[in-house]
Ligand binder design. Structure first.
Ligand code: FRU
Length: 497
């Protein structure tokens, strides 16, 4: 009987949470995005449970449907046939059972022989005043991909290994050589690390040891959201460390997301230095999955902890990035480029006639839901500093500046005049060769910049006025020669029943 009551309880909580989220929907709110993953309303953070299941793409996310600020974490849910057009599904997980009393934290999903299985962290606050809490790992299953039942075996991993600290979260599970493997974020003696587990049935897990740990330098005190996979002949560990200190132009966000690239040698992961994956202000907790075509696709949270979030005035907060395909460059650099399906978003195409820019050249972008793609010929461009201002207001008070400095080999995204709430610049390294390919996606309150097939990527939130639709190419002393430039208006990608 007890079990039946608990099951009904979970479904009741799920229903309430779904209805609460629906009731506060406001699709016309000024900062709502047109073609990015978001919740119907309320707060979201990390992407969770990315999976290709029964020929559809499922994306879950950390969600607080009752408020636009972080709170007891639920799992929100959306589905797509093509990675572009999305439909909201009911909330998948609600907290409040004995093993996830205070939150269903981040985790992953697998297709277990037709059963969609979520593996997630139970967050349990024992005493708020003394800050006593514990974290464990749990599973929930669905046969229809919509309604999830938490397992009677929960918690499937009740506690972290002896001697480790209580931060023990964000399981990422995959199948390898016939068994299930899991990486989990952890910390020991104030230093981040990733633990490895193994199972034959997703319920009984055996601890295998530490897969990777802090090198003693500037690598953070806790490694959140690990993800481990093979890519183009190497092994890649993605992680989101807390506590990395700024160094020059690097690591200026509160927390970082990046990669350790290496090889498995005699069961040991031998890896290089931690490298950021995206150099913008707002990219965190990335997760990947393999799609039906063998691609490794990454989606991140397009915000940062403790950042200003002006959309909270509109009753919502948080979005996920565009899906990006990962690969390694011939030099071994991790690249992220927008998945090719995103071309389905294009509704109009305009080819810019001007091919040589000296000083400034202004066009009307017509909206803030667009893609701008251009190729600069560096063999005959003379300017050292050049770039483009986007989301420019006609009175000159608003703009988001993307500036390339050729002699320094850098790109800078400056949000000093990007609208309300946000500020500050981020600078990233770029390869200066014979040409520079720039692809920009603007979606009302977001900007994603992909340089040279995703070698350098920057993602940031901006909050300009709806009327700030100007695009201004600029050079400082000298010319910039464009081989080609295209502007595409992009459509909304949310489907309603
Ligand atoms: C990362 C994170 C995870 C945790 C979740 C809680 O942003 O802190 O480690 O599971 O968010 O919402």
């Amino acid at each position: 009987m007890e079990h039946v009551t608990e099951k009904q309880d979970h479904q009741t909580r799920v229903k309430q949470a779904t209805e609460a989220g629906k009731a506060k929907q406001n699709p016309d709110a000024a900062f709502r995005l047109g073609y990015h993953l978001m919740a119907p309303s309320g707060w979201i953070n990390d992407p969770n449970g990315l999976v290709f299941y029964k020929e559809q793409y499922h994306v879950f996310y950390q969600h607080h449907p009752y408020d636009e600020t972080w709170g007891p974490m639920h799992w929100g849910h959306a589905v797509s046939d093509d990675l572009v057009h999305w439909r909201h599904l009911p909330v998948a997980l609600a907290p409040g059972d004995a093993f996830d009393q205070s939150g269903c934290f981040s985790g992953s999903a697998v297709d277990d022989d037709g059963v969609l299985t979520l593996i997630y962290t139970g967050h349990n606050v024992v005493n708020q005043e003394t800050d006593e809490l514990y974290q464990n790992q749990n599973i929930a299953r669905s046969v229809d991909g919509v309604t999830f039942e938490k397992s009677e075996a929960n918690p499937v991993i009740p506690a972290q290994p002896v001697g480790m600290q209580r931060d023990f979260r964000d399981p990422k599970v995959w199948k390898e050589d016939g068994s299930w493997k899991m990486v989990v974020g952890s910390t020991e003696a104030g230093k981040g690390q990733v633990l490895l587990y193994q199972s034959s049935d997703l319920e009984n897990w055996e601890y295998q040891g530490i897969l990777a740990k802090h090198n003693g330098g500037n690598e953070g005190y806790m490694w959140e959201c690990p993800d481990f996979f093979k890519l183009d002949g190497k092994h890649v560990l993605l992680l989101s460390p807390q506590g990395i200190e700024p160094e020059g132009n690097r690591f200026h966000n509160l927390y970082q997301t990046g990669s350790l690239i290496g090889e498995m040698r005699d069961g040991e992961f031998v890896r290089g230095a931690f490298t950021e994956l995206d150099y913008g202000h707002d990219f965190y907790a990335v997760q990947t999955f393999l799609d039906g075509k063998g691609r490794r696709i990454a989606i991140g949270w397009m915000d940062m902890w403790e950042s200003p979030m002006p959309s909270q005035q509109e009753g919502w907060s948080g979005a996920l990035t565009l899906p990006r395909e990962l690969n390694l460059s011939p030099a071994g650099k991790l690249r992220m480029k927008p998945v090719e399906e995103l071309q389905l978003l294009r509704v109009t195409e305009e080819q810019l006639k001007q091919n040589e820019i000296s000083g400034t050249f202004l066009i009307d972008g017509q909206s803030n839901q667009l893609e701008l793609e251009f190729d600069i010929d560096l063999t005959i461009s003379a300017a050292n500093i050049f770039g483009v201002n986007v989301c420019c207001s006609s009175d000159g008070s608003e703009r988001s500046t993307i500036q390339i400095n050729r002699s320094k080999g850098t790109i800078t995204l400056d949000r000093s005049y990007s609208g309300i709430g946000v500020s500050g610049a981020r600078t990233a390294p770029i390869e200066i060769g014979e040409s520079l390919h720039v692809r920009l996606f603007i979606d009302r309150s977001s900007i994603e910049i992909f340089i040279n097939e995703g070698e350098t990527v920057m993602t940031s939130r901006i909050y300009p006025k709806e009327s700030s639709t100007g695009i201004e190419f600029f050079t400082e002393e000298g010319t910039m020669k464009l081989r080609s430039a295209h502007l595409y208006q992009l459509k909304n990608s949310w489907l309603t029943d």
